[in-house]
Design a protein around this ligand. Structure first.
Ligand code: PLP
Length: 392
């Protein structure tokens, strides 16, 4: 980590511990500073092709699958790309809402003229599978939209179970895995995920600015219909032939792709399975350590391994705690956009370039902050709880 020139009264190194963007390894930053080369030339095309080849299995797609589409955009642009390629005005769509991101899908679908029904779970809860099953029995939907890793509540979506339900119908399953991919298991083919979109600034540990979409052959039959959209920049029909040739569509964001390539090489060196296992181990350890400090885990279902959402201990104002962590301890945690939870909720990223050292540092600095704020925290017990969880 490097010391940033920020107006923070601390000699500690800066730590970005958000649920995105996440810390970018030095190696990846160095790759981003390579010379900008011709994006259709021989210096760049092998890099681009390798990015596609390395992303494909991370989505859980097999060798006969359609290669992923990579383009300059944030995660919401990725979501919009899925919407404009799948939605036709007047058709019906089912959105599974478990937090902040379902309503974003809803807004995007309605913007294109789709008709939306929503199956809403209590915040922190699982995807309401029975509700989805019931909705699909009575009505014909073109697609069901869901969130893999709901970063506003810390809940993991059970895509395998959802895919089994949706797979009994003709509907497509479209998934936002912006905060999931490469940190939480994704088996798009095996689970029946037809469209999956992500951003590169989360578990893919790259600087923000790229989105990726992966589509199934079943999805293509819908995407290929001329009545979807309206489509412009995000038209998957433009991306597919280029991706199949291993070439970029439009001017490739060369620096960001060099960075993403390096990050994917790092994931390859660690091994995807080991990478997913690390996310699980470290997220479990953070929850164990913070629970020992008096925090409570917010999600009531399986927590996502990529983003830990807590309620602060009784009497500790979350906004003040997050501000203190930033100002005194040079550590950026995230607040919430959910107004009713603002005074108690904190969100911490456990994805991408995160290590055991990060977890122990989070616990140590938080214990100090609690004392600063007039509370208390048994740092030894919390570190031991985390360490025990890591050992499992
Ligand atoms: C689950 C999820 N979906 C979508 C987004 C939106 O991504 P972006 O801010 O890059 O547009 C985020 C970002 O926090 C996210 O966590």
């Amino acid at each position: 980590m490097t010391q940033l020139d920020l107006p923070i009264h601390s000699s500690l190194p800066y730590r970005i511990r958000l649920p995105g963007p996440t810390a970018v390894p030095e190696r990846v930053m160095r790759a981003a500073s390579r010379p900008i080369v011709a994006h259709r030339g021989s210096r760049f095309l092998p890099v681009f092709k390798d990015v596609l080849d390395r992303l494909h299995p991370i989505f859980g797609r097999g060798p006969d699958g359609i290669p992923p589409f990579v383009f300059a955009s944030t995660g919401i642009g990725g979501m919009e790309s899925a919407v404009v390629n799948v939605v036709a005005p007047g058709e019906r769509f089912l959105v599974c809402t478990t937090g902040q991101w379902g309503p974003v899908f809803r807004r995007l679908i309605e913007g294109v003229g789709g008709v939306v029904d929503e199956v809403v779970s209590p915040y922190g809860g699982a995807i309401y599978l029975e509700g989805v099953e019931k909705a699909l029995t009575g009505t014909k939907y073109t697609a069901v939209f869901a969130i893999h890793s709901e970063s506003s509540t810390g809940a993991l979506g059970d895509l395998k179970a959802l895919g089994a339900i949706v797979g009994k119908t003709d509907a497509l399953l479209v998934v936002d895995t912006v905060s999931g991919l490469a940190g939480a298991e994704m088996q798009a083919d095996a689970w029946g995920v037809d469209v999956a979109v992500t951003g590169c600034q989360k578990a893919l540990m790259s600087p923000p600015g790229l989105a990726v979409a992966s589509v199934s052959h079943k999805a293509w039959a819908v995407i290929d219909k001329p009545d979807r959209g309206p489509r412009g920049y995000f038209d998957y029909r433009k991306f597919r032939p280029n991706s199949e040739k291993g070439e970029p569509t439009y001017t490739a964001p060369v620096a960001m792709l060099h960075a993403l390539h390096e990050a994917l090489v790092m994931i390859g060196e660690e091994g995807l399975e080991a990478c997913i296992a690390r996310h699980l181990r470290l997220s479990t350890a953070l929850r164990a350590g913070f629970s020992a400090l008096g925090f409570s885990v917010f999600p009531t279902t399986t927590p996502t391994p990529t983003c830990q959402v807590f309620y602060t201990p009784e009497g500790i104002d979350a906004q003040a705690y997050i501000a203190l962590m930033a100002e005194r301890y040079n550590t950026d945690y995230a607040t919430t956009r959910l107004e009713e939870h603002k005074s108690r909720m904190v969100r911490i990223g456990t994805m991408g370039c995160v290590s055991e050292g990060d977890i122990f540092t989070d616990i140590h600095l938080t214990a100090r902050a609690l004392v600063d704020m007039g509370g208390s925290g048994d740092v030894e017990a919390a570190l031991k709880a985390a360490s025990d969880a890591m050992a499992k």
